[in-house]
Ligand binder design. Structure first.
Ligand SMILES: [Zn+2]
Length: 290
């Protein structure tokens, strides 16, 4: 019989068996490198997930959703995290060591509105979401989407602070998501570092989002035509993606041909992510802290 070795858990101080973690890619189990028991390990992961910037954003977003309209499983929630990361990168967070500012004001907006007809709910999944300038979202958020993204569902149970964490624990592998996406909590004791992110100009964001949502185009508005960018976004949200695309392509004198790298998302899988350069990962981590 294999001998069960116990360690003194660094969290609760009890003599217990070390926590086991599962590699999400290979399914292999191994003991954690730190001396911690399973119970405390789960709590730490919980804490990191729910206290990270994404965890806090998710809590606010889920409060407007129901059990039928949120991502079904771990992989779907992973897709939402990737979109959220695009949104964070687009904002262009900067810090002078004291305050954090952003270069652009975007929101992740519903295409089929959250509050649909007869109590239906617009799902919180990437296909029903578009990263758009905040002012447009505030102006248009209550309009019904004309062609519908087909992602409105019947209302399920409400989500609030009482059941939010429990629903997440039951439905998603928080441990895996926390590690794969390196969702961490900033140590408030440490000084705020100085950093700068360039953000994504609305004209480029529009191009990326049209392509991601299936309205393929390689025309991008020249940066100075911000009003035309808003107009195309408005068309998208009020008349639909097809007309938004043709409006954009109609501005022949105000657009240029985009490079492929400008309209294709770098949707990284966790395995690919590991191969990224150290610098880029550091930058992503830093971004994740706020
Ligand atoms: Zn413990």
């Amino acid at each position: 019989m294999p001998q069960i070795t116990r360690v003194t858990c660094k969290e609760c101080g009890k003599r217990r068996v070390k926590a086991t973690i599962v590699n999400p890619l290979t399914g292999k189990k191994r003991k954690t490198p730190t001396k911690i028991c399973q119970e405390c390990h789960a709590k730490v992961i919980d804490y990191r997930f729910f206290s990270s910037s994404f965890g806090q954003w998710l809590r606010r977003a889920f409060h407007r959703q129901c059990t039928e309209s949120i991502p079904k499983d771990t992989d779907s929630l992973g897709g939402l995290i990737l979109l959220w990361r695009e949104y964070r990168a687009a904002i262009g967070l900067c810090s002078d060591g004291e305050t954090i500012t952003k270069k652009y004001d975007y929101q992740i907006c519903h295409i089929d509105p959250v509050k649909g007809n007869n109590g239906s709910v617009g799902a919180l999944v990437p296909k029903n979401l578009i990263i758009a300038p905040k002012e447009l979202n505030l102006m248009l958020s209550n309009l019904p989407y004309p062609t519908t993204s087909g992602l409105t569902v019947k209302r399920g149970d409400l989500i609030n602070d009482d059941n939010f964490k429990q629903i997440c624990r039951e439905r998603y592998d928080l441990n895996r998501l926390q590690r794969d996406f390196e969702l961490n909590v900033r140590d408030k004791k440490n000084e705020l570092p100085v950093f700068e992110n360039s953000g994504v100009h609305p004209s480029l964001m529009l191009l990326k989002e049209l392509n991601r949502l299936g309205f393929k185009t390689n025309r991008v508005l020249l940066l100075e035509h911000v009003n035309l960018v808003k107009s195309v976004y408005e068309t998208f949200l009020t008349v639909g993606g097809l007309l938004a695309k043709s409006e954009l392509e109609g501005y022949k004198n105000f657009t240029r041909e985009a490079q492929e790298s400008e309209y294709i998302y770098e949707a990284l899988t966790p395995a690919e992510k590991k191969r990224e350069s150290k610098d880029k990962r550091k930058a992503l981590e830093l971004l994740d802290e706020f």
